[in-house]
Design a protein around this ligand. Structure first.
Ligand SMILES: [Zn+2]
Ligand SMILES: [Zn+2]
Length: 283
């Protein structure tokens, strides 16, 4: 069951990062709507902007909703009473002074043990774990998708502006300061170059992050388990792995973070691949 975190965005840095992320998301949306689209459509802008506004608002809403679901969801054990006796495979956390199940680890920033801990994410300042991984991945996906959309629109604009992707265009986009010093670009062109290069760089970075975490998701492992070489221990096949991240309603859960999709288990007990194979052979 999902439980709310008691304390969110504890430090000033957490609040600043959160405010910057929101500003960038809204900034990308407004820049595309008010600067890029009028350049692309010119006289037809009022009519043709409508589908882009609908698509943009859908992506923006999902990105912001995923971020806030990620921020608000408790990645720990919540109100579950932990056993006083150490069970096989469990371990004692000296910080929390309690027994914790396999795959859970203590986070010194969240100051709690996190179920199926993957890593601590600075965006939202929460741990990616059993109860929060879905929202982290949706947040990463919708931010990536927004940047893909923005880059496609920007490419059209850059193409129209420069007519060809030559060395001057690349210099203006990736090193706008140098382009300004050499007098290649100035004013609005320079501002747009800053913006378009930001979208390209963050898109490439976002692609790497998304591919890395989706790869782990489809293989049913955490970053920690992959690093330790025990990545295949809980790999139960694509469908079960997707279920253990996106919930029982995994086929639709990616459409919106607000779609209910309860987790198949409790985050305490896990079926191991080896045991599943052994029971399959003995049947
Ligand atoms: Zn702990
Ligand atoms: Zn954490």
């Amino acid at each position: 069951m999902e439980e709310r975190r008691k304390v969110i965005l504890k430090t000033r840095l957490d609040k600043i990062v959160c405010a910057v992320i929101h500003s960038l998301m809204v900034g990308v949306f407004l820049f595309e709507l008010l600067v890029i689209l009028p350049k692309i459509y010119e006289d037809d802008y009022n009519v043709r902007k409508v589908p882009h506004i609908i698509a943009g608002l859908f992506i923006l809403f999902n990105a912001v909703a995923s971020l806030w679901k990620f921020i608000l969801t408790d990645p720990g054990t919540g109100s579950v009473i932990l056993p006083s006796m150490l069970k096989p495979g469990w371990r004692f956390c000296w910080k929390c002074e309690a027994n914790y199940p396999p795959r859970s680890f203590h986070c010194f920033i969240c100051e709690q043990c996190v179920l199926v801990r993957d890593h601590h994410c600075v965006i939202g300042s929460n741990c990616v774990g059993y109860r929060t991984r879905r929202y982290f991945l949706l947040m990463a996906f919708y931010m990536w998708f927004a940047l893909l959309y923005a880059n496609l629109l920007n490419m059209d604009f850059v193409w129209e502006l420069f007519h060809s992707f030559g060395s001057r265009t690349l210099l203006t986009m990736f090193m706008p300061l140098l382009a300004w010093i050499f007098g290649i670009a100035e004013g609005e062109t320079l501002a747009t170059a800053f913006f378009t290069s930001f979208c390209i760089i963050t898109f490439l970075y976002g692609t790497a992050i998304l591919v890395f975490h989706m790869r782990n998701t489809v293989k049913g492992r955490t970053t920690h388990e992959e690093a330790k070489g025990v990545g295949s221990k809980y790999n139960l096949g694509l469908e079960e792995n997707l279920k253990s991240t996106f919930g029982v309603n995994w086929k639709f859960a990616w459409i919106c973070p607000l779609i209910p999709s309860p987790m198949p288990g409790d985050g305490f007990c896990f079926v191991e691949k080896e045991l599943l194979e052994q029971s399959g052979k003995s049947l």
